[in-house]
Write a protein that binds this ligand. Structure first.
Ligand SMILES: Nc1ncnc2c1ncn2[C@@H]1O[C@H](COP(=O)(O)OP(=O)(O)OP(=O)(O)O)[C@@H](O)[C@H]1O
Length: 341
């Protein structure tokens, strides 16, 4: 059985850190509380039958130092001793990992929790600001990441620590607002009858938006990949793709604004994940910020909230490294998510 977390007792160095997504897994080693982690190793999950095999090949057989403990962030809820991953056939079995990889201590976190930790760990050189005022240092923060799905986490400062609040915010309803939305939304593919954030705000969602616009205008939808649509939209070479990306950034602004209201996130809203970095010019056109601020009676509040695109290539790993080095800085509950020999 997993055991309770012991905040006073940090993990023993060297610590293996890992960010395991649906497609890629990234690993590095944190040697001590003061130094930068090792160069990351990135592998495709599809290339290995198990996470243990991936760690052996990417880390244990390559690095001189053998980790004594591990903090791994995974896409999916952490529950019990057998943890299946979303969008990947791996099942994480911490007890078997302890024995098989020679570790004495393993903590498993949610990937968006790691993204939230990154918001504290990264400095401004790894962020591009999209409007708003100066952040209030200890106010709430929000992280949103459109990628394979839409990840959401809050981050609050309490009792001298940063506490990540992972949730399922990517599945909140999102609805039409403008007259044009009312033409397009009926064509957006729903999930069990409703349009949730993830039906628009992720790679698959961008394709949904594109197809819905084509259907509303009775034109042929020629494109089928999110990258194709953003490329055509950013070069303004296709009007349907351009409108799809406009709708995407508008909906992202609305959802980000709603979450900023929930967390009163005057510390900032942070956009992460693979897509945000690739659409910075579209996020800067004004539609995103207009939708973000259009929250009467709290427009003034929202106007003051800064939004940042995280431009660091591996933010979750940076967040895990910060946690591994100084766990006392963070209020991460490890009960039921920590295994020791
Ligand atoms: N240029 C692009 N424009 C828009 N979407 C893109 C672009 N390139 C990739 N995508 C989409 O981004 C999604 C992947 O997002 P991301 O890179 O954040 O991965 P992820 O969800 O973190 O998964 P993993 O952790 O396994 O890499 C896919 O739906 C992909 O089609």
């Amino acid at each position: 059985m997993p055991i309770s977390g012991d905040e006073e007792q940090g993990l023993k160095f060297p610590i293996l850190i890992g960010d395991v997504g649906g497609t890629n897994a990234r690993f590095a080693i944190v040697f001590d509380a003061n130094s930068e982690p090792s160069e990351p190793s990135i592998v495709q999950t599809a290339s290995f039958a198990t996470i243990d095999d991936a760690i052996r090949s990417a880390v244990l057989e390559k690095k001189q130092f053998k980790p004594r403990s591990a903090v791994i962030a995974i896409a999916g809820p952490v529950d019990g001793d057998e943890i299946p991953l979303t969008n990947c056939p791996w099942i994480v079995r911490p007890k078997a990992m302890l024995a098989g990889l020679g570790l004495s201590d393993i903590v498993i976190l949610n990937d968006f929790e790691a993204q939230a930790l990154a918001v504290v760990a990264l400095d401004k050189e790894h962020m591009e600001k999209i409007g708003g005022g100066a952040p209030e240092p200890n106010a709430g923060r929000v992280v949103l990441g459109p990628g394979t799905g839409l990840g959401v986490a809050g981050l609050i400062h309490a009792c001298g620590r940063w506490i990540p609040v992972p949730g399922e915010g990517g599945h909140m309803d999102i609805g039409p607002r403008t007259a044009r939305d009312y033409q397009v939304f009926p064509h957006i593919e729903p999930i069990e009858g409703r349009v949730s954030g993830e039906q628009i705000l992720c790679g698959r969602g961008l394709v949904n938006a594109y197809r819905a616009i084509a259907k509303a205008d009775e034109v042929t939808a020629k494109m089928s990949s999110p990258a194709e649509i953003t490329a055509a939209a950013l070069s303004r070479s296709d009007p349907v793709a351009t409108e799809a990306l406009d709708l995407f950034v508008t909906c992202l602004g609305r959802t980000a604004g709603d979450l900023a209201l929930v967390f009163k996130s005057q510390g900032g809203v942070f956009l992460t994940g693979g897509i945000a970095q690739k659409i910075v010019p579209a996020l800067k056109t004004g539609n995103f910020r207009a939708a973000f601020e259009d929250k009467a009676p709290h427009k003034e509040l929202l106007k003051s909230v800064p939004v940042y695109v995280i431009t660091h290539p591996l933010p979750a790993l940076a967040g895990l490294a910060a946690y591994a080095r100084t766990p006392a800085l963070f209020g991460v509950e490890t009960e039921g998510r920590r295994w020791r020999v």
